[in-house]
Ligand binder design. Structure first.
Ligand code: GZL
Length: 331
């Protein structure tokens, strides 16, 4: 932004002095040079992530006035830091990234700030020493997502007359210290404090992947099959946990089997919900591209912007979901 304003200012100044640079600068500005955006994506660990990447690439397209430089960090923070440093060296106009975890960004964001490059954080949030190290955050309120899930679970168990019996709960956590995992886990742990009959019998990291969740759920099942609820912190984990439970002979459904809770509400996850294998699926909206496009265009026009934008999200349960609802989904 700063650099683009400088270009426009220099162009006006140069026009007055009639130097050759004016024609070039003027040409750049008039022809509308693309807005160059460096985007560091966490990886491709889940259907959700694939939808998020597609949304960003579609919104930050050449037709929309962008030149997008995309980097897939393969689920490693050090790769994201390296990519952001490269974007700075390339002197991009904006840096956008989905942070794998909440912390460890102060130094690289200070480098971006000193280079005068605005940084937009999407999807997962970050913790920094100074909020000025990034321009805006667009994503989800993960604690609220978790609260939706545990409130629904409390209502279900009350409707089943199960407010006194011990409820044995497994938590398959997302990538540890990612804001999505922190918020979703915190809501469950808070609910355990207000429901003395709820018991956390296992809490393992599934790293938001089907494969890892299958592995850790299998290890838990080797210890016990006496499980009432499996709280999976994304759809990939829910599918992996369900695979492991069905192989161990357990039924997954809220009426007479294990109650499976999930997050993301991808089309695949909602198909499991329609079939009753996932009892509740809390939406986590990956379609953040249009929000980022709108934000950048506002900044380019010098308009005021919101520092934090939580995207509206809903939830689906196996008792009310329909195929038509799934057919209407965008991801
Ligand atoms: C949440 C996002 C999480 C999804 C997972 O915004 O960061 O990461 O819930 C994804 O599916 O892997």
């Amino acid at each position: 932004m700063k650099k683009r304003l400088i270009v426009i200012a220099a162009c006006i100044a140069a026009l007055f002095c009639g130097c050759e640079k004016a024609e070039q600068l003027n040409a750049d500005v008039i022809e509308g040079k693309p807005i160059v955006v460096g985007f560091s994506q966490v990886g491709s660990e889940s259907e959700w992530r694939v939808a998020n990447t597609e949304s960003m690439k579609e919104a930050l397209s050449e037709e929309n006035g962008y030149e997008l430089i995309f980097d897939d960090a393969r689920n490693k923070q050090e790769n994201q830091i390296r990519a952001i440093r490269t974007f700075i060296q390339q002197d991009v106009d904006y840096i956008v990234f989905s942070p794998r975890v909440e912390t460890g960004w102060n130094s690289i964001l200070q480098e971006a700030k000193e280079a005068g490059i605005p940084v937009i954080v999407i999807d997962r949030d970050i913790k920094t020493v100074d909020e000025d190290l990034y321009t805006a955050y667009i994503g989800s309120n993960f604690r609220e997502e978790g609260e939706k899930a545990v409130r629904w679970l409390e209502d279900l168990l009350e409707s089943q007359g199960r407010t006194e019996e011990i409820i044995r709960i497994v938590d398959i956590q997302g990538t540890i210290e990612s804001s999505a995992q922190v918020g979703r886990t915190a809501a469950l742990e808070q609910a355990l404090l207000r429901n003395p009959n709820w018991e956390m019998i296992a809490q393992e990291c599934g790293d938001f992947t089907r494969a890892k969740a299958y592995e850790v759920m299998g290890e838990i099942l080797n210890r016990t099959k006496d499980i009432d609820v499996v709280y999976c912190e994304n759809d990939g984990e829910a599918l992996g946990a369900i695979d492991a439970m069905e192989e161990a002979g357990l039924k997954c459904n809220p009426n007479d089997g294990v109650i499976v809770i999930s997050f993301d509400a991808t089309r695949l996850g909602l198909m499991y919900c329609l079939g009753g294998k996932i009892a509740l699926n809390v939406e986590c909206n990956p379609l953040q591209g249009p929000y980022v496009d709108d934000l950048i265009k506002r900044i380019e026009r010098g308009e005021t912007i919101e520092r934090k934008k939580y995207i509206d999200e809903t939830q689906f349960d196996c008792f009310t979901i329909t195929q038509d609802m799934i057919d209407q989904r965008d991801y």
